[in-house]
Design a protein around this ligand. Sequence first.
Ligand SMILES: Nc1ncnc2c1ncn2[C@@H]1O[C@H](COP(=O)(O)OP(=O)(O)OP(=O)(O)O)[C@@H](O)[C@H]1O
Length: 309
Amino acid sequence: MLKLEGVSKTYKVGAFARQDLAAVRDVSFELRPGEVVSLIGESGSGKSTIGRMILRLTSTTSGTITFGGKDIATLRRGALRDYYREAQGVFQDPFSTYNPVFKADRVLTMIRQSYFPDVGDADWRTRVREALAAVSLNPDLVLDKYPHQLSGGQLQRLLIARALLLDIKLLVADEVISMLDASTRIDVLNLLADLKERGLAVLFITHDLSLGNYLADQTVILRRGSIVERGATAEVFGDPTHPYTRTLLSSVPRLGERWTDTELEHGPCRYHQLHPDGTDPAGPALAAVGDDHFVACFALGEDRKCGQP
Ligand SMILES: Nc1ncnc2c1ncn2[C@@H]1O[C@H](COP(=O)(O)OP(=O)(O)OP(=O)(O)O)[C@@H](O)[C@H]1O
């Protein structure tokens, strides 16, 4: 359904935008209907940039992103609107999406104005109630309230309800629970699991490995803009092969903390970011280590056994 092929993003930074910052490098993965893919990496690894490119909030520098076989970069006006009916994002800070001056349910009214101007009042009220029920929100407790009268979890659910009004097929959930307290976190996670049961595909962006494990069918581990390991969640978590994934897994007890950019020790195995002779700064390609398990590894890419110098 959603396919990223060789997607890269380079930002122009510094004085007079003369420096290049490679935020995402040659990223490829797929998302199928009803599947949750976790995109995991530390701060600055390029996760949000990938989410924003999928939602066309940022352009790609190279590579293609297709949705239902169509290159999303080519979508214009009506076709782009249709895309947003099917693909929506919910982001980390729910408070920033709401205008404190207006009641919170204005986010729903705006969807009606933009997408359903011909739907009658009674029909619209039914749709809103259904969408709120799907996210376990009581209409009497949230409609007609200002954002400051609602909790972060309620505001986040309301944003997911807004997406559901559009009958979406893909939800990009970018750190949707990192700002919520522990009890609300599990509620929103369960809600995402329900959405998956309803056939929705979810790209679950997180810096928290344990949360990714909870939900995802597929896991993608990102480091400095590149995928270092990806595959079926059970395989990646059951047999973490890249030293970076191992480092992340060993730091799981520090739940909720943001990782600083972890330095890896260069051991005998060569599946690190840089080729041992320093000739390939682009990093190694992904090599298969299981049925549905790939790891960035020069040794494997060169048909040598992983771990051999
Ligand atoms: N609009 C921008 N202009 C220039 N550089 C940017 C821009 N957006 C992101 N970056 C840089 O690109 C890199 C990747 O950022 P991105 O926000 O995608 O990472 P992230 O993994 O989502 O991090 P976080 O978890 O902190 O949000 C970072 O070095 C960031 O500073």
